[in-house]
Design a protein around this ligand. Sequence first.
Ligand code: ATP
Length: 632
Amino acid sequence: MNMPSSSIQRSKEAREAFFQRGQLPTGLVDDAILNSWQRCTAQHKSVTERVEYDTLARSGLAELLEASRTLMEAANEPLEQLNRTVSGAGYALLLTDHRGHALSAYRGSSRADRLVKQAFRQGVNLSEQRIGTSAMSCALSEGRPVAVSGPEHYLSANHILHCAAAPIIDPQGRTIGSIDITREHPLVQGSALSLVTQCAKTIERRLMAMLEPYLVLRLDWELQEPASDDMLIALGAEGELLGMTPRVREVMGLTTTDGPRGFQDLFDLRFESVVDAARRRQSPILGQAHSGLSFSLHPFSQQTPCLIQGSAQRRPVNDSPPPVPRTPDFGDPSLNAQTTLALRAMSKRLPILIQGDTGTGKEVMAQALHRNSDKHSGEFVAINCAAIPEALIEGELFGHMEGAYTGARRGGAPGKIEQADGGTLFLDEIGDMPLALQSRLLRVLETQEVIRLGGRTTKRIDFQLICATHRNLTEAVALGEFRDDLLYRIKGMPLSIPPLRERTGLREFLIGQCDQVTEGRRQLSVASLDILLAHEWPGNVRELRHALTYADVMAEDAQVTIEPDHLPMDLLRTTTTRSSPLSGRAVGTLQTLEWAAIEKAMAQEEGNVNAAAKRLGISRATLYRRLKQRKA
Ligand SMILES: Nc1ncnc2c1ncn2[C@@H]1O[C@H](COP(=O)(O)OP(=O)(O)OP(=O)(O)O)[C@@H](O)[C@H]1O
């Protein structure tokens, strides 16, 4: 898995040709490396030069960090994630600015990577002028990911290093920094390059989100390829172009200087019509660029792949629900599997019956299914059978002709079923539909035709039916409250959403929801997460989102973590009462007793960590530590 000896041999040959015979060894090493060697030679840099890795003086460091504040903020989380991925393989990690000055560094574990430890420190100048050829300097000057191994480094002192780096390009198309991973033994080039590239792309997307766009559009070619997040455009409320990912610039043939200013400078489409379609959740929107190329445009959620779980863009189009990716991800493997099956069933026109307790997300699921079905360009028409008075529901569903009843509209009006022609009809709480209406609905489903109230003519309708209920319809049939023939007709493919409490991957779901509700501004502290994990959630996702919204309001603006004292009190009370070991049978170990005392104090102080620490006679930090240990 190490660098193959043939490529080490090639690098050595290239070195010999370049440094000893003065030849250009084209094809033996990456051109980016040759270009760098040439620049270093032009500067009369000696390959045997010794480098001191000095950090900047304090004032210079403060200036450097201040100038790169946005980049560091965007990179913080992706760097942590990358570090978790690569530290076990002995890599050190580096974020630099556009000149190659180290902004942050993760130096990995106790391996004897002496040189890396010396060089990878905040504020060290690692530019090409200073340390010669490196993956980072090549990535910065070429604007693409580059790997540099052993003898490909210009300075002999660096021949023990093996590195891969990718540039970071801001939404305006400027190279503003780089990500580099390095270790003192050969790397697997393919994986190292793809890791830094992936990390740089994540940072680029985060930089876009920090512009707080009104709308983000994802562009896809009109090909049947899996969607990727490479091509994103961030737009302001008036359609002004706030930024775009490098790939969009590339495919549109744009430079950084003569860039377009607004959406309409790019596409033969009115921005208002795109906003309108996004609001009505009509996606994709087909558009032709002025270059003549056709694209499909999708309103984009920042934290793909999990729309429903992840956060939408920071300031989405008003009252537009979060957009849905092609394959919905609900975070729960069994739910995901059911969703895939349901989508397959829908392609064969089978009706879907979603069952689940209140607030589990039945309507959210129905919308996601619609968005991902072949009926997505039609309307999603929802009707809550339990919320409309019995006398009105028939007119709502079937529509009416002029004069059909007192108060009927002039010229008549179409019903929901007619409106759903070419789209999806979502009948929520179908278990509460009056029996008489059930027969009429059954007829429509069998004939695919509607007759408006007071009318004689039939209209053929083509729609996808999705029904939802929290009731056990088999029991309702046994009680004579639901027609069995209708049940068989609507239950083409049943889909059951588990109560929140029983979700697989509950922890990740809670974290994702917190991210979504707080628009990425806050995270749950370990203690808060523990409390949420222990709660029963009778109101399911709806209750959870209310609790998180409450906590978001309670936390100070600058507070990044949601602490237990921000959570609703009733949630703390029920959680601590139910789970307290003191409320159960006697407990044995000192540790359990200690935890019981902590729980009790937290309950008495209604989750206020300061007050609970005081009551227990320990410091706030100690209490947090204990809560953390308990979680681990
Ligand atoms: N997976 C999810 N991601 C984000 N929000 C969700 C999710 N599931 C549910 N919600 C939110 O929870 C609330 C309840 O969802 P929804 O109305 O779909 O549930 P329901 O099961 O249809 O509820 P009811 O039975 O009461 O009609 C809504 O505010 C919805 O936006």
